[in-house]
Design a protein around this ligand. Structure first.
Ligand code: GRG
Length: 298
């Protein structure tokens, strides 16, 4: 990617991040029924400095189908709420048992385990309240709820997490590795793109182009996540490095080796960008994001 593309993504992502963060802030003021401790824990995790990749995908997908940021913003916030819930619960002692997330102590370390569980529960439900109330028309809101519920549910995010925790797959099993990541990571990427397309009123060809892009982007994200885990430094990543490789978990570099994993990720980015052809000239943001995911250091 050219330097100007990197620069424009930086500018774009900072502006987008600011508008997403303002909206997330406004969505989590809550009324007096929400106890202060719970509110603090929710905002602690949700407003922590995440990369906001999924909400950016929602907004960029909408833009690529000539929709508006304003109409897509509630959907962008909803996916970030579901994503943050999954991180809070994933970090719990009963799951991945982590103490660092987004450069801060994990929610349960900072606020206690029970409050962290409840903060995750509240974020998951808030996401659907936001979609149902703030996406227009109501028929699109219903479609968005169904798409996000499916991606976050038993056959996708939760199912992938369950299989990952069960860890019953043999070393070298690339198919199982891809199946876990398709559900744990890929499904939320695809849902983000689909939500952006839905609020923009996309046609079938636009939906298909975004699907083909998203399938590949999800895998690129996971390969780079595994590479960062092998090479990464915890300070840059804001979470523990070496935890997956160290625990003998299935990873792409573990199965393919580092060089082949890098090559695979580069090929997937080229294919992902080519899939966006029907959306030109409005797909610049999505292309830049794919390159960012390939080159990211956290
Ligand atoms: C608890 C239902 C449930 C699911 C948890 C999200 C997840 C499933 C596990 C997190 C562990 C992990 C490494 C998952 C795969 C990659 C991933 C989702 C990383 C975190 O996403 P980023 O890097 O995070 O986009 P930020 O903090 O930038 O938003």
């Amino acid at each position: 990617m050219t330097e100007s593309a990197v620069f424009s993504l930086d500018c774009y992502s900072q502006q987008v991040r600011d508008s997403i963060d303002r909206a997330l802030d406004a969505y989590t003021i809550f009324d007096r029924g929400c106890p202060a401790k719970l509110r603090e824990a929710i905002r602690y995790s949700l407003l922590a400095p995440g990369k906001r990749l999924r909400p950016m995908l929602v907004l960029m997908a909408a833009e690529s189908c000539q929709g508006t940021t304003e109409a897509a913003l509630p959907a962008a916030c909803a996916v970030e709420m579901v994503h943050t819930y999954s991180l809070i619960h994933d970090d719990l002692p009963a799951m991945d048992d982590d103490d660092l997330r987004r450069g801060l102590p994990t929610c349960h370390k900072a606020h206690g385990e029970a409050v962290a569980i409840l903060a995750g529960d509240a974020l998951l439900t808030l996401a659907f309240e936001v979609l149902a109330r703030d996406i227009r028309p109501a028929s699109t809101a219903a479609e968005c709820c169904a798409v996000l519920a499916r991606a976050a549910g038993a056959s996708e995010l939760v199912g992938g997490q369950a299989d990952d925790l069960a860890g019953e797959f043999s070393a070298g099993d690339l198919e199982s590795l891809e199946s876990i990541h398709r559900r744990k990571t890929g499904a939320m990427f695809l849902a983000s793109l689909q939500l952006g397309a839905l609020v923009a009123g996309a046609n079938a060809e636009q939906h298909e182009a975004l699907h083909e892009y998203g399938r590949r982007l999800g895998l690129v994200f996971q390969i780079t996540d595994d590479l960062l885990d092998v090479r990464g430094d915890a300070a840059a990543m804001g979470k523990r490095a070496g935890k997956d490789s160290g625990r003998g978990k299935l990873t792409f570099p573990g199965i393919l080796g580092v060089e082949k994993s890098v090559h695979q990720a580069e090929t997937l980015v080229r294919e992902a960008c080519a899939a966006l052809e029907p959306l030109e000239p409005h797909a610049g943001g999505l292309k830049a994001l794919a390159h960012y995911v390939l080159q990211r250091n956290h």
